[in-house]
Design a protein around this ligand. Structure first.
Ligand code: SF4
Length: 326
């Protein structure tokens, strides 16, 4: 999921890992060419003291982050600001999306002490806003919904002023799961569509476009006050008209906030970057998305679901108040 998302990669240092191949299902795929990154994608290697401190807190609390697992190019900037996006329910995903760098396979049993450790890390990092995402857990009867809810409750108990954003899997074929997460009242409910429907079979084969869209719509139906958010990657071979249709679909589902970022290829076994979308095109997407009625849009090459999520949450609240005439 995380994925995105923040499911895209590009620059974080590899964590030392032993044993099993990271993506066994991709091992026999033919290699795809890796395109050279344009200048506007390049980022500096992480080095600050604050970065090291964030890393220490994450390690000491035994947590996984999507920042590392997805190899996110923004890790230097985000971790310097102590913004780590926690990835709960283990480091192994039951799906095998073609774009995603998160390890795939059979996950371990859920760690019931994890919600408390996440809450402790949030307190130590002093986060005003936290993004919690997870691997996909098709092996669990509720897809991990109760674990998400436990994590939200643990953070609320430890740091009541922290606002909470969840970036969830699609809970496909897990009836009642979505409702469990919404009932725990996160401030922002994010679920990424990742790409246009025509590319689902190739890029996100285990997911269903209309199911994901409906999930977002359901959140708003259950709790109209909850902010909803979704994101896609571009550069996977989508056409502009398909992206515009996807924007319309998200607006029909009453989604408030859209993120669009450049797909980066984690390895030769992952889906190929078909194109680097230039910053002007991103600007064009942003303008069009605002015209379609999103409260907030972030569309830049390095945009990821959780990039600047805290600042964006403040903007989201302000935009809602402004739209209500306050
Ligand atoms: S953009 Fe998100 S995933 Fe990437 S480093 Fe920042 S918080 Fe982590």
């Amino acid at each position: 999921m995380v994925k995105i998302l923040d499911t895209v990669s590009g620059g974080a240092p590899e964590r030392p890992r032993a044993e099993k191949p990271r993506h066994p299902e991709k091992a026999n795929r033919p290699d795809t060419p890796v395109k050279r990154k344009p200048d506007w994608i390049r980022v500096r290697a992480p080095s600050s003291g604050e970065y090291g401190e964030t890393r220490r807190i994450v390690r000491e609390n035994g947590l996984n982050t999507v920042c590392e697992e997805a190899g996110c190019p923004n890790i230097g900037e985000c971790w310097t600001k102590r913004h780590a996006t926690m990835m709960i329910m283990g480091d192994t995903c039951t799906r095998a999306c073609a774009f995603c760098n998160v390890r795939t396979g059979l996950p371990d049993a859920l760690d019931t002490a994890e919600p408390a450790r996440v809450a402790d890390a949030v307190a130590k990092l002093g986060l005003e806003h936290v993004v919690i995402t997870s691997v996909d857990r098709d092996d669990l009867d509720d897809g991990g919904a109760r674990h998400f809810a436990e994590t939200i409750r643990a953070i609320r108990a430890a740091t009541p002023a922290t606002t909470i954003e969840v970036l969830t899997p699609d809970f496909l074929r897990k009836p009642g799961a979505l409702e469990v997460v919404v009932a725990a009242r996160p401030d922002v409910f994010n679920h990424n569509l990742e790409t246009v429907p025509g590319l689902y079979l190739k890029i996100r084969p285990g997911a269903r476009y209309f199911h994901s869209l409906r999930l977002l719509q359901r959140v708003k139906e259950i709790d109209p006050s909850m902010f909803t958010k979704s994101g896609i990657m571009v550069g996977l071979g989508e056409r502009r008209d398909e992206v515009l249709q996807l924007m319309d679909d998200l607006r029909s589902a009453d989604v408030d906030f859209l993120t669009i970022g450049q797909y980066l290829q984690p390895s030769r076994k992952h889906a190929e970057v078909m194109r680097y979308v230039d910053p002007e095109e991103f600007k064009g997407y942003e303008t069009t998305a605002y015209a379609k009625g999103f409260l907030l849009v972030s569309a830049t090459p390095l945009t990821r679901s959780s990039y600047h999520a805290g600042e964006d949450f403040a903007k989201l609240r302000a935009a809602r108040l402004a739209s209500l005439g306050h």
